[in-house]
Design a protein around this ligand. Structure first.
Ligand code: NCD
Length: 309
């Protein structure tokens, strides 16, 4: 049974991840069976930072389970703009709803929110820290693409420093057997030390390289990411680094036939649109599967928090 909150990907055990994937599979097969399961329940989406996919996929997930959704999609339409504290906002909204989904530009905000809420909290992305529900989409598509999550080489490419999705997915993949990591980035955007420390502790195999082409033929998964403009301390650095990698059909000529090309989206420039036609491009399917995983998560979290359907 899943803990009350999902703040960090480490909140979920491998067994819980597997059971979420099983449930998502059942939902895909018989959506009608789940259409009313959260009837009468209200989820609040509190987005202090922009989002298309995460917010709308959470919303769609709850509506598909028969529940209702309240919330706001940017800071300016919340009372925070009047000077209300984050903790008061959380306390108040938790009185109106059964579950809070929070995206915030500050690292640690969803964790802090758990201190002020009586209802469960799901972290929908905190600064450049973690994004555990994107990881649910990611592992589900990996399982779909490769049958099992084991004995795989994954290349993460782009902004590995500020990209919260790569931090969460790397931590989660450490729970699965024999996953090798190739981190492809400019030196300025390398994976943070705390993640590399975790890899070392688990004796996971990883290397850091700069070239996207060099090892592309070794990959089972290529996880492309956007350079995170909003996290840069100065515009000039962003401009210099923003087009470090652009995946084209040319790169893919030597790649494996069963390579899965993933991206959490939104894409800016880092994957040429021509790549979309390649059957190995799975990023839009990845977004769809994310919604089913969020359905499974909402159901299991509401169950665990004693909220009766
Ligand atoms: C990601 C995010 O918000 O971290 N997007 C998403 O949730 N699918 C990736 C990004 O913004 O680059």
């Amino acid at each position: 049974m899943i803990e009350k909150n999902l703040v960090d990907p480490m909140d979920l055990t491998k067994e819980e991840l597997d059971s979420l994937m099983e449930l998502a599979e059942k939902i895909i097969k018989s959506p009608r069976e789940y259409a009313d399961i959260c009837k009468g329940k209200i989820m609040a989406n509190l987005f202090f930072e922009p989002s298309t996919r995460t917010r709308l996929s959470f919303e769609s997930a709850m509506l598909r389970l028969g529940g209702q959704v309240i919330g706001f999609s940017d800071l300016s339409s919340s009372s925070v703009i009047k000077g209300e504290s984050f903790s008061d906002t959380i306390r108040t909204v938790s009185l109106y709803s059964d579950l809070l989904v929070i995206r915030h530009f500050k690292e640690g905000a969803p964790k802090y929110a758990t201190e002020h809420s009586d209802v469960p909290i799901i972290n929908a992305g905190d600064g450049s820290h973690q994004h555990p529900t994107q990881t649910l989409a990611d592992i589900f598509i990996i399982k779909k693409a490769h049958g099992e999550i084991k004995d795989l080489t994954i290349g993460f490419c782009g902004d590995l420093k500020f990209g919260r999705t790569v931090h969460s997915l790397t931590k989660t993949l450490l729970k699965y057997p024999n996953i090798k990591f190739i981190f492809i980035s400019p030196p300025e955007l390398r994976m943070p030390k705390y993640i590399k420390r975790l890899l070392n502790e688990k004796n996971a195999e990883y290397i850091e390289v700069e070239s996207l082409q060099e090892l592309i033929d070794k990959l089972d998964i290529l996880y492309m990411t956007r350079v995170q403009k909003e996290r840069f301390f100065n515009e000039a650095d962003y401009v210099r680094l923003k087009d470090s990698y652009i995946l084209t059909t040319e790169h893919l000529k030597v790649a494996k036939e069963n390579l899965a090309i993933l991206h959490p989206l939104p894409r800016v420039n880092e994957i040429d649109v021509e790549v979309d036609k390649d059957p190995r491009a799975m990023y839009f399917r990845q977004a769809r599967f994310g919604m089913y995983m969020r359905m499974a998560l909402i159901m299991q979290i509401l169950e665990a928090s004693d909220v009766k359907y």
